[in-house]
Write a protein that binds this ligand. Structure first.
Ligand code: KG4
Ligand code: ZN
Length: 393
């Protein structure tokens, strides 16, 4: 009897494993809606020394971390492997060697404990981080279709998400970056300015001290084309919801060069390297930036967030989305959250973000995205491998 109670109570337990980039993560999630544990071992400090992720070092760190991280996730959840219903792992996109560590371990575990394996697209995971938390908070589910902006260090994508047959999610990729991802632009601009890595949180924090209208950075606007019949409503096919962030990075570089800021940048880089204890929110770090630098930072962020906002809301309108979901590392940005929320309120559209902990890479989102696949019996074949360029939609 007690055993029955327990199995009822514990149904839908999925262990998620994520190792696509520079975080080794494991989590246990119940029925896609309740995270029983969420462990993330970040390699950020290691890669910060190089100003970016070094793939070989990432794989080595994943190898070192995967076993203790999974063990910690199981302990925090208070369950044993026998209690699990399935094991989910990120199959791509990401770094080949890094992905392989998680996949190889997940396959061995799945075989060893006799639980089915589910392959999850990392980008779908980011979307499900938001859906899982909404379920966890008992929020009324958004109506479909949803428009999801996945915006991170490696990706800037717009997906129209809907439910297909048998409760399986379907995605249509309606916008993507043609060059750098938004987070990559944050990281590169922070580097150009002599700030720390990853650049997003530095720029987010320092932008609050600058004038966002000081430097008028511009993005090419998507102009709604007028139909031959004279109607102003653009057709989906004619709209372009792609992104490009390499231009603004070059514009920042040009600004630094033409405004004689190079020496200041080098001095700041040296001083920060000498004081690794100065966090990005410290007064000491802020004092290293003069008002011209703070204005440049604020203007860069204002332009990037404005571009993400315009493309997302324009796409939501054209595709008739009933709600917007923003996820990925850049979704942690405070200005982005504020401006998206205010635009959504103006339009009467619901918008949702993950908590800060689930904005960046984690495994709870992988376990949550695996739940509808589990319910639909979509398991991975024994041949599951890493797909570094895996697409969604
Ligand atoms: O999702 P994520 O952890 O990893 C990838 O899949 O890429 O995203 C990391 C990215 C980095 O580029 C980082 O600079 C950016 O997210 N990021 C931010 C903020 N926090 C992290 N960008 C802007 N504002 C933030 N507060
Ligand atoms: Zn990610």
């Amino acid at each position: 009897m007690r055993e029955n109670d327990q199995s009822m109570e514990r149904s839908g337990l999925i262990l998620g494993i994520e190792s696509s980039c520079d975080e080794t993560a494991a989590a246990v999630v119940r029925a896609g809606g309740e995270a029983l544990s969420n462990i993330v071992a970040s390699q950020m400090n290691l890669h910060a020394n190089y100003g970016g992720v070094v793939p070989e070092l990432a794989s080595r760190e994943h190898l070192r971390n995967v076993v203790p991280v999974v063990r910690a996730a199981m302990e925090q959840a208070g369950i044993s492997f026998e209690d699990l219903d399935a094991i989910a792992v990120t199959e791509g996109p990401g770094l080949a060697g890094a992905l392989l560590v998680g996949i190889t371990y997940a396959k061995a575990l799945s075989f060893g404990v006799g639980k089915p394996l589910i392959g999850v697209n990392h980008l779908e995971g980011h979307i499900h981080a938001v859906l899982m938390e909404a379920r966890q908070h008992g929020t009324t589910p958004m109506e479909l279709p949803l428009l999801a902006l996945v915006v991170s260090g490696g990706h800037t994508h717009l997906y129209l998400a809907n439910m297909g047959e048998e409760g399986a999610w379907r995605y249509r990729n309606v916008g993507r970056t043609v060059d750098d991802a938004a987070g990559e632009a944050y990281d590169k601009v922070a580097k150009l300015l002599g700030l720390g890595y990853p650049g997003g949180p530095w720029i987010d924090t320092l932008a609050q001290r600058g004038n966002p209208h000081a430097v008028p950075f511009r993005f090419g606007r998507i102009k709604p084309r007028v139909h031959r019949d004279g109607s102003a409503q653009p057709s989906e096919a004619e709209e372009n919801f792609d992104f490009s962030f390499s231009g603004i990075k070059t514009a920042v570089l040009r600004y630094i060069e033409t405004h004689g800021m190079r020496e200041g940048v080098d001095a700041r880089r040296r001083t920060l390297a000498e004081h690794p204890e100065w966090g990005l929110r410290s007064e000491e770090a802020a004092a290293l930036c003069d008002s011209e630098t703070l204005d440049l930072i604020a203007s860069f962020q204002y332009a990037v967030v404005g571009n993400l906002l315009r493309q997302t809301f324009a796409a939501a309108e054209v595709f008739g989305a009933k709600g917007i979901v923003v996820s990925g590392g850049v979704a942690a940005n405070s200005e982005l959250r504020r401006r998206f929320q205010s635009e959504a309120d103006k339009r009467g559209l619901p918008v949702a973000f993950p908590s800060l902990a689930l904005s960046t890479d984690n495994a709870a989102m992988i376990a949550a995205a695996a739940w509808p696949k589990f319910a639909a019996g979509k398991f991975a074949p024994d041949t599951l491998g890493a797909t570094p360029q895996l697409r969604l939609g």
